[in-house]
Each structure stands twice: as C-alpha cells, then as structure tokens.
Design a protein around this ligand. Structure first.
Ligand code: GRF
Length: 199
C-alpha cells in the first residue's frame, strides 16, 4: 500500500517540521514527506528539509505584490505548485500567510494548521506574547495550542487536537515560549498521525 503523501508549508525555523520528520524517521508517523515550501528564503526549516533529503521550494508573495497581483492569484499559483505532488495532507507548520479559498478549494479537508493558542483565543500573530501579557493582567491563568482544519478565516476551523499550556508566576516570556513549542511538537505529531489514520 502506498504511504500517504505529506506537503509541509513553513516560514521560519522549522522546529515543528523537524518534529514531523523525526516522527516519520522513528515510525510514529507513516507517511512520505514529498515537499517543503517556504515563503521566506532564509527560513531555517529549508535547511532542515534539505538535510533530511526532502525536496524544497521557495515561493514568496513579494513578486505578486510588486506586480499588483492579489493574494488570491498567489494562492491559486501556490496550489498549482503543490498539485503535481498529489498531497494527502498539507501541514501548515509555522506558515505565516493566510490562505484563501483560492488555495483551500483545491485541497478540501486536507489542510491543517498549528496555532499557539486555544480555540477562539489569541488568533493571529504573536499569540504566545499576547497570552503572556493577558496573564500579567490577570485575564487568563493558562494558554495552550491547537491543530485545526484550515478555513479562510485566520486560526479558525474544526479543531483536531488541543492542549493546555500552564503559565507560571515566575515565567519569563522565553520560558513560556519554550514550554509552548515543546507542547506544539508533541501535539502536531499526534494530530498528523491521527488525521492520516482516518485516510
Ligand atoms: C509555532 O509556534 C507555530 O505555532 C507558529 O509559528 C511557530 C513556528 O515555529 N505559527 P517553527 O518554525 O516550527 O519552529
């Protein structure tokens, strides 16, 4: 039986990508990583993919913006870049670009996103810092992370898995970020494995 095909989209260091690659290596996830795409040239995640022998692509939005083209045109072309790889699952692992229906409509129920906050909380960027500041103001006593199916609305969509992350009175922001990333790595691997098990 052919193994499911994974495409992973990143924009940064790629520690969550690494968690997936390590889980494939140790057999926790049964899948083939067939492409890693970054919209940022200097994303260290591209180095991680190359070291693991996974094909990579750099696909920036800037040339589209410079030519006055829309996000939808970029998203549609991104879908065409991925199409030949026949992905069974597309994982947004620190991908910092909101995908529109022009992309998502090509891969129904096949795109999942990781976000460092609980459902309905701190959608968008800097979610860990915003949770930390809300804690300082006494508005929250914990935070968390989630993996969800992607819809055009940012950090929304049916939740696949979520986990609480405690915030301690002695925490610096860096302490909370480290604890969050550890939980994210575990949650994302479990979510990918479970979604693929339903295929
Ligand atoms: C993660 O915290 C993810 O939830 C957020 O961006 C970060 C990416 O980390 N969207 P990395 O590039 O996988 O290390």
């Amino acid at each position: 039986m052919e193994l499911p095909r994974l495409v992973i989209l990143i924009s940064g260091s790629g520690s969550n990508l690494q968690a997936i690659l390590d889980a494939i290596e140790d057999g926790t996830i049964s899948a083939v990583p067939c492409l890693v795409v970054s919209n940022r040239k200097k994303a260290y995640g591209l180095v991680r993919a190359e070291q693991a022998g996974v094909p990579t692509a750099y696909f920036p939005f800037k040339p589209y913006r410079d030519e006055g083209k829309s996000r939808e045109e970029y998203d549609a072309d991104l879908a065409m870049l991925l199409w030949p790889y026949h992905p069974d699952l597309i994982v947004l692992a620190g991908w910092m670009h909101i995908l529109s229906a022009a992309f998502l409509n090509h891969f129904p129920h096949k795109v999942i996103n990781l976000h460092p906050a609980l459902p309905g909380q701190f959608a968008g960027t800097h979610a860990i810092q915003r949770a930390y500041e809300a804690y300082q103001r006494g508005e929250v006593d914990h935070t968390g992370c989630m993996v969800h199916f992607t819809v055009p609305e940012v950090d929304a969509g049916p939740v696949i898995a979520q986990a609480e992350v405690p915030i301690l009175p002695t925490d610096s922001l860096a302490d909370l970020e480290a604890r969050m990333h550890q939980m994210e790595h575990r949650l994302l691997v479990t979510a990918v494995r479970d979604v693929l098990a339903q295929h």
